[in-house]
Design a protein around this ligand. Structure first.
Ligand code: GLN
Length: 447
């Protein structure tokens, strides 16, 4: 704990943490020391973990990096976080992110931007930028992020760490401040597959507080990391031939595929004609869900209330106008539009149908192959300001991560070398639902 606290202080300019629980982390460490002496320590004894500012922790503020939640202190603890605490993990602080998880660069945060420790003029990715940098810069051993459309995998790729998004419903969402409820997952950042797998197996599993959480049994992922079979691997023609793909990322991805083939694994190119529909489908459905989820922030129940209001109507309007940032407002408006009576069928219903097609196609592929491999992102970390004036360019950053989110299947990003400016490249591996053990084992084989 003292080691990490020191790093957090010397690297404070990276702006990864919005709050550090210095005293409680030190106290917790002492308690766990005693438990270790008595032989009573949990499976995560002493593991130092940071949590994204979207995860509630009782008695602590949770702001979703939004002005509208300033001053909001949670009365509940996220189930996933509680399970880690129960195994004697030490929660060291709250991590910066894009407001309500909306963004791909961590530039949409009321707490300011997070710097990528590999090159401080570049973004760390988003929305879990603080969680990624906290692991990258040794500010904690493991961190939790949330991944709705890539927010764990993309920042992991940009910072050269491991980032895992589990199957939708594998980890309870209770306590996670909702962005798009049918996509939201809690994911893990780490430097090793073993740490990642261990934390995931403890968080996963049914929770009475989240009726959508799965009752399927959870395996001990961290003890199943040995990989010896021959894998059947597909790669999607449209991703590797995408004009948006940085040539060095293409090269590194192809060289992994080549290596796998040379080691006797079956590697096949397949077509994914739906790729061009994945982003529009994702952004129609997530903005719709967000507009509904975020209607609860009205100045009455949580956090900020405008001091300029003179009646109920103006209190709602001013609180929301002053409290939400620009990107969040854009999404609330888009979502309200696609859900409006005259456009519902044209956008929302159609996007639901396309979602089903993408999911079916992806699952069929994953019945035929064990894994789909593709780059995590089209480019490595870009410079601050490069896309911030152009929301569509920013949305395009999620081109390769949203397929797994729209389909609900698990996906991981692992480091795959660097480009010529020294920026990390990520490799994404996708497997079928609830195949986390297989995904970790194969990733372990590849790292
Ligand atoms: N960048 C994507 C978005 O802005 C993903 C966000 C996420 O996974 N939370 O919606």
């Amino acid at each position: 704990v003292t080691y990490y606290l020191q790093n957090i202080t010397t690297k404070a300019h990276l702006n990864a943490f919005v709050e550090v629980y210095t005293q409680s982390a030190l106290d917790q460490a002492d308690l766990i020391d005693e438990k270790i002496v008595k032989g009573k320590a949990g499976k995560l004894a002493g593991m130092v973990i940071g949590i994204k500012d979207l995860l509630c922790y009782a008695g602590h503020e949770a702001n979703a990096s939004s002005h509208i939640l300033k001053g909001f202190e949670s009365q509940i603890t996220t189930t996933a976080v509680q399970r880690l605490i129960d195994e004697d993990a030490i929660i060291i602080g709250r991590l910066n992110c894009d407001e309500f998880g909306m963004g791909s660069s961590n530039e949409n945060s009321t707490n300011g931007k997070v710097l990528n420790a590999a090159d401080e003029s570049r973004v760390p990715g988003g929305s879990s930028g603080g969680s990624a940098v906290a692991v990258q810069a040794n500010l904690c051993t493991v961190s939790l992020g949330t991944d709705t459309g890539g927010s764990v995998r993309q920042p992991a790729a940009f910072t050269g760490v491991i980032g895992m998004k589990p199957t939708y419903s594998r980890v309870s969402r209770w306590g996670l401040i909702a962005y798009a409820s049918s996509f939201d997952t809690i994911g893990v950042f780490s430097k090793t597959i073993k740490d990642n797998a261990l934390v995931m197996e403890i968080m996963a599993g049914h929770d009475d507080f989240d009726s959508t959480s799965s009752r399927k049994p959870v395996f001990h992922y961290s003890e199943l990391l040995h990989f010896e079979k021959k894998a059947r691997v597909a790669f999607l023609k449209e991703t590797i031939e995408s004009p948006a793909l940085q040539p060095e990322i293409k090269e590194r991805t192809l060289s992994i595929l080549k290596k796998l083939a040379s080691e006797g694994h079956e590697v096949e190119e397949v077509e994914f004609p739906l790729l061009k529909y994945v982003l529009p489908t994702y952004y129609i459905l997530t903005t719709a869900e967000a507009s509904s989820n975020l209607s609860r922030f009205d100045g009455v129940r949580y956090g900020y209330r405008s001091p300029n209001a003179h009646n109920l109507e103006s209190m709602y309007k001013l609180t929301r106008s002053e409290g939400f940032g620009e990107e969040v407002k854009r999404r609330i408006m888009l979502g309200t539009f696609v859900l409006s009576a005259s456009y519902y069928d044209a956008y929302f219903t159609k996007a639901q149908k396309v979602r089903r097609m993408i999911k079916d196609y992806t699952e069929d592929l994953l019945n035929e192959f064990d894994y789909i491999i593709m780059p995590t992102t089209p480019s490595t970390a870009f410079k601050f300001g490069e896309h911030s004036g152009d929301p569509v360019a920013m949305y395009l950053e999620d081109l390769f991560t949203v397929q797994a989110s729209v389909s609900g299947v698990p996906a991981i990003s692992i480091p795959n070398g660097k480009d010529k400016s020294g920026m990390p490249i990520g490799l994404q591996i996708i497997s079928n639902s609830f195949k986390e053990a297989e995904l970790y084992a194969f990733s372990n084989y590849l790292t």
